[in-house]
Design a binder for this molecule. Structure first.
Ligand SMILES: [Zn+2]
Length: 105
């Protein structure tokens, strides 16, 4: 099993993944902002926790379990992010907004 795959089976990952799901209210954060060809605004189904800076690019692994690098998106928008069709800076801006909102909730 590869390191990246293995990392997604750890308690540490489950913990941060659950935090991000809650922080992002279980909604795709691109759909809810009506960005990038959103078809429906409130997308609860098929959501996935996405690494803005991909795990394979982060060799020292500081961002693997860092919620400031994680965003909840639907499958459709996840694929789009992975193809580089959503600028990373824009994704990180949404993450910052979500962290801020959640810390003041
Ligand atoms: Zn979406």
């Amino acid at each position: 099993m590869g390191e990246i795959h293995k990392a997604r089976t750890t308690q540490r990952w489950f913990k941060v993944r659950d935090y991000v799901r809650e922080r992002d209210q279980h909604l795709c954060q691109l759909c809810v902002r009506n960005l990038y060809h959103t078809l429906q605004r409130y997308t609860f189904n098929n959501t996935q926790v996405h690494h803005v800076i991909p795990m394979k690019e982060d060799e020292d692994r500081n961002l693997w379990y860092n919620s400031e690098n994680l965003l909840l998106v639907c499958k459709y928008h996840h694929d789009m992010c992975e193809r580089g069709e959503v600028p990373r800076e824009e994704q990180l801006e949404i993450v910052r907004e979500q962290e801020y909102k959640y810390s003041n909730y």
